[in-house]
Design a protein around this ligand. Structure first.
Ligand code: FAD
Length: 315
């Protein structure tokens, strides 16, 4: 696992930037089969079915329309339209079963990195989504991407929260800055999803090994649990899952004042077990642009890569 973290994980993420590897992967049937473990489908119908299955399991959901690194304004508009269609479908689900629904959005899919006025465009697009989500009874959480995007994202989230205080965001425990961000957003009473972090980051900005990341996660979680906001504990790690329950009890936080979150297709049995005793939200991505998402999931676990390569060998 140490060799995996220090050598393989950064290599997978770096190799994945190659367009040739991306295009080859997208064409292979085997990749499609691996993708289906983590992404229930390409279309709105697929995700609506997945939402109902998940709600039947007693969990709530957060839905992500896949996309990132948008290079044109038209592409960003397309993403907004996809979210508006999704929210219309979710509004019908909300009418049948209120209070369980969230969408997750990535600001780079909404135009954050466009050369001119990127952050302004992304904020305007995010506002359209948030406005529709509020009308539909759906919460919004802004995902965390690589470290170069954090300052702009947090500025946009602060601004959105001025009008829509329930807009939440993600803080990544592997970043050295995150304890300070937790302190700020916990004091402001924000909904914060805490995760370890999934991008390949330099040691100048991120803790370089697993033990340091886990320790940082627990320090951040304590700050969030003690704060005024709503902590969302996004981790499949059994140690962190147990620690979260203990910390909540220690600070006197009620079970309906924080939640667990996990990814679609990962530790499904544990999702069900936790749903029986508390609040669990499952993050479900859908859409055609699954490549970046798949690479991050493969890079998280050596066994996933073995699974993928074996399947490739059988082609
Ligand atoms: P790990 O120590 O990585 O894993 C613990 C155990 O969980 C593993 O031993 C394994 O059993 C299981 N597991 C973990 N990952 C996998 C996998 N891929 N396949 C199979 N089993 C696995 N990251 C961001 O950078 N930005 C975000 O916005 C973001 N949003 C997230 C939202 C949710 C709801 C979740 C759950 C995660 C999100 N992440 C995000 C990813 C996160 O940063 C981690 O990369 C990921 O959750 C793995 O870390 P872990 O805490 O589960 O612990």
């Amino acid at each position: 696992s140490t060799i995996f973290d220090s050598l393989l994980r950064p290599t997978i993420i770096a190799a994945a930037r190659s367009d040739r590897i991306k295009h080859t992967s997208e064409r292979l049937t085997v990749t499609r089969n691996v993708v289906r473990r983590f992404v229930p489908g390409d279309d709105l119908d697929d995700v609506v079915r997945a939402i109902w299955r998940q709600l039947d399991n007693g969990t709530s959901v957060s839905i992500d329309f896949l996309g990132e690194d948008t290079t044109t304004e038209a592409q960003a508009d397309g993403t907004v339209e996809a979210y508006l269609a999704l929210l219309e479908a979710m509004s019908a689900i909300h009418a049948a079963l209120p209070g369980q629904l969230e969408v997750s959005v990535k600001l780079t899919a909404l135009g954050q990195s466009l050369p001119e006025h990127g952050p302004k465009i992304a904020e305007a697009n995010a506002r359209r989504i948030v406005t529709a989500a509020y009308a539909a009874g759906v919460l919004v959480t802004v995902d965390a991407e690589d470290h170069t995007t954090v300052d702009q994202r947090l500025d946009i989230v602060r601004s959105l929260r001025g009008d829509f205080p329930e807009v939440g965001t993600v803080l990544q425990a592997y970043l050295r800055r995150t304890e300070d961000d937790c302190t700020e957003f916990a004091a402001a009473g924000a909904r914060i999803r805490l995760c370890k972090g999934a991008y390949a980051e330099p040691p100048s900005v991120a803790f370089p090994d697993r033990r340091l990341i886990d320790e940082a996660y627990l320090r951040c979680l304590r700050i969030l649990m003690k704060g005024n906001g709503y902590p969302m504990v996004a981790s499949h790690d059994p140690v962190i899952i147990e620690a979260a329950a203990l910390l909540a009890a220690e600070v006197g936080r009620e079970p309906d004042n924080w939640e667990h979150q996990m990814l679609y297709g990962i530790r499904t049995d544990e999702q069900r077990r936790l749903a029986a005793r508390g609040h669990v939200r499952v993050y479900i991505p859908y859409g055609q642009q699954w490549y970046g998402y798949l690479v991050r999931r493969l890079a998280e676990k050596p066994a996933n890569l073995t699974f993928f390569l074996r399947a490739l060998g059988r082609q």
